[in-house]
Design a protein around this ligand. Structure first.
Ligand code: DGJ
Length: 727
């Protein structure tokens, strides 16, 4: 059984195919965390609670209750009564006291997975998963807290969320409602997180876990370029193929805290949820608050297995788009080709040239609306600039379609330019603090999407454009973070809700969009990859990964992104050299190979390519059609890493039935006086024979000795090899 209550031990057992998670009801009604890890026979497991050891449970030793609260492995720890580690829950009463004591009241086990109102979340049919609800109550405030755990039948995944209901007579203020806490016994761990910057997103960072708190966080209103709502604790020997991994990923696109804390007794607490800084949620009697979902994955077979579990979960149980496995059109985006300097003829010329080379969709990026000829105006004025695009949008779309291409368009719906008609009309729609200068970023302000009338108005403008022409794709951009946090729609004691309400407004907008335009291919973007998170994947099957399109820089960015997210989500394009961000020259072929490990497309002025490059475009678009299914559905194996190990970068995608695989290899820097090398493959069947470049090898030799990689002259050279099972 996936979830059951063991009455004798008073424990709840949650089993996935290969993991167990155990929670105990403890003396005085506390919930203690017993175990998470490799699947085990849980009979007799309660001894792990150490209830017979000083300071003992409060029922035995009330005079040392504080010591108990500060060391016991808690399932959902709270502020105010004596746990000085990072807690998961903090409530302030109307009298101003910050404390609660949640005591276990009862449980429910239900098939399937309840949706989280207004929030993105993984989903599953009744036969795919089971949900455990643990009801707790603070009797003084009459606050009910429901801890929800969903256990997947076929994946080593447990998801968590928390539902708080005020059943009392007075308002309370929720100051912290983290979605998950995991108390681990004393072991040495290393922490893996993803850190970066604009154009340098999600670089893998691994450090030994020290005493104290180490975290990744965002206060920016997006999941951010800088840090990522992901954390893994791994045992020090962990590699791609071996070692234990505890990972958490947050299905949310706003402020977050992902933290690990090693305490005085060497045990470790891992927490994740909405960042408490600046967050307060007023809960009136009868109201509920839902914390977004955390996905937990445990692997005892290294990081590779963790990665493949996340990929399968997100493909099977998060992304709803009909394009998930459909062959997505190869697109060409005009941003790096023209920036703001284009007209209808330039776009039609690009479309004509692109269509004969196998490209299937033209995406018109920023600059088509209002009076926008640079980044300093018109956001919010979502009407076509007919001076720039003569004949209007429908003329352009029809001309593009005559070339055989589909048409896509860019929006930045969450923003408002000070220089816009919308701001002239509704200056109060920008997020702002009365009397203070609104901080500009890229010369723009953020719309107050915590207000329903603003959400409605923006939605109507976007929907009108989409109804006005045959538009197959939308790139949804978001180019600044939130500041000067004030809203005329919220009273003072609710201003701490603004960031979360803004995120809920974004979710509502995207939900309405995908419902009204179910065939639309939506790509999220935020100054490149500032909002590449599972929350966004619930609405769009792909996200623009980074504004850095340099193939070598992309190795680190895409390696970090693919640590959690499937390749089919990773927006990746071939662009020109010298690269616009770093000025590097790389072979056209290498740029194609790196982009193939993502959604694949182009971002350049195709009319300016040489004949030789155009021939390569034809070859690359054919490669995309040949391998797109394998790349979208296959299992990802990381073989070696340029940024982590200083080795050539290589990875594989292996079909689920292990009959086919694709090997990507980028040498990065050439070295003098080297021989050919052997690269050990992964994920094949040891007893099958595989053909590579006309030669046949056995699977176990390929995995234990490796395939021979020729010594190559020249920096940034790459190889793409097909691996095919033969009889
Ligand atoms: C940031 C995006 O990441 C780019 O691809 C481009 O769309 C620009 N914004 C347009 O302003």
């Amino acid at each position: 059984m996936a979830v059951f209550y063991d009455e004798q031990q008073r424990i709840f057992v949650l089993n996935t195919p290969d993991t167990s998670y155990v929670i105990a009801i403890v003396d005085d009604g506390y919930l203690g965390h017993v175990y998470y890890g490799k699947k085990v026979d849980t009979s007799g497991i309660r001894y792990l609670m150490r209830e017979d050891e000083p300071p003992y449970v409060p029922g035995v030793n009330r005079r040392e209750k504080n010591s108990f609260l500060d060391m016991f492995p808690m399932e959902y720890p709270e502020t105010g009564m004596g746990d000085y580690r990072e807690t998961a829950f903090c409530v302030r009463s109307s009298a101003g006291h910050r404390a609660s004591e949640l005591k276990y009241e009862g449980y429910e086990i239900v098939p399937g997975k309840p949706a989280l109102e207004g929030l993105p979340a993984t989903w599953g049919k009744e036969e795919d998963c089971t949900t455990l609800k643990l009801f707790c109550r603070d009797s003084l405030l009459n606050l009910q807290v429901c801890l929800m755990y969903t256990v997947f039948e076929k994946l080593d995944v447990i998801t968590r969320s928390v539902l708080v209901e005020n059943q009392g007579q007075e308002s309370v203020y929720l100051e912290k409602v983290l979605s998950a806490c995991l108390d681990l016994h004393d072991r040495d761990y290393e922490m893996i997180s993803l850190a970066g910057s604009w154009a340098r997103e999600r670089h893998i960072q691994r450090t030994p876990l020290q005493y104290g708190r180490q975290n990744a966080a965002s206060f920016r209103g997006t999941s951010s370029h800088q840090e990522h709502p992901f954390m893994a604790l791994v045992t020090p020997e962990t590699t791609q193929e071996t070692g234990e991994v505890y990972a958490m990923n947050f299905v949310y696109s706003g402020n977050f805290l992902a933290q690990a804390e090693k305490n005085q007794f060497d045990s470790v607490r891992m927490t994740m949820g909405i960042h408490p800084e600046g967050f307060t949620w007023k809960l009136e009697p009868g109201e509920q608050f839902t914390a977004p979902e955390v996905v937990m994955v445990y692997s005892d077979a290294g990081l590779g297995r963790m990665t493949r579990t996340f990929h399968d979960l997100y493909r099977n149980n998060l992304i709803r788009s009909p394009y998930l496995y459909k062959e997505r059109p190869i697109l060409i985006n005009n941003w790096e080709a023209t920036y703001f300097d284009f007209d209808e003829q330039k776009l039609i010329d690009i479309a004509r040239e692109a269509s004969v080379l196998g490209i299937e969709m033209l995406v018109m990026d920023d600059g088509w609306f209002g009076k926008r000829s640079y980044d300093d105006s018109s956001l919010g004025d979502w009407q076509v600039n007919e001076e720039k695009l003569k004949g209007g949008l429908s003329y352009l779309v029809e001309e593009v379609k005559k070339t055989g291409m589909k048409f896509g368009i860019w929006f930045e719906p969450e923003m408002i330019s000070p220089a816009s008609e919308l701001f002239q009309k509704h200056p109060d729609w920008a997020i702002q603090i009365p009397g203070r200068e609104i901080t500009q970023s890229r010369a723009q302000y953020v719309l107050d999407l915590s207000r329903q009338e603003v959400v409605d108005a923006v939605y109507e403008m976007i929907a009108a454009v989409l109804h006005s022409a045959d538009i197959s794709y939308v790139k949804w951009d978001m180019n600044r973070h939130l500041t000067t946090l004030g809203s005329s729609g919220l009273p003072g004691d609710r201003l701490g809700e603004l960031m979360h309400r803004f995120t809920l407004g974004v979710y509502q907008l995207q939900e309405r969009l995908v419902r009204e335009f179910p065939d639309l291919l939506l790509e999220n973007c935020s100054s490149g990859g500032s909002r590449f998170d599972p929350g966004m994947l619930y609405y769009s099957p792909q996200i623009w990964c980074s504004d850095d399109t340099d193939a070598i820089e992309r190795l680190a960015i895409q390696e970090g992104t693919a640590l959690i997210y499937p390749l089919s989500c990773i927006g990746a394009h071939v662009s020109v050299c010298p690269n616009h961000t770093v000025g590097r020259n790389t072979p056209f072929e290498t740029r194609g190979h790196v982009a193939l490990a993502g959604t694949f497309g182009y971002e350049l002025d195709i009319t300016k390519l040489s004949d030789e490059e155009k021939e390569l475009v034809k070859e690359q678009t054919a490669l995309y059609h040949k391998y797109q299914g394998l790349i979208a559905k296959g299992d990802y194996y990381r073989l070696s890493s340029w940024t982590q190990e200083g080795k050539p970068d290589s990875w594989m995608v292996v079909s689920k039935n292990k009959e086919k695989a694709l090997l990507f290899y980028v040498q990065v820097l050439a070295r003098a006086n080297v021989k050919s090398s052997f690269l050990r493959l992964q994920g094949l069947l040891p007893d099958r024979r595989y053909e590579i470049d006309g030669k046949v090898y056995s699977g176990d030799v390929l995995m234990h000795a490796g395939i021979r990689i020729p010594a190559m002259q020249g920096d940034f050279r790459s190889l793409l090899m097909e691996v095919k099972a033969v009889e």
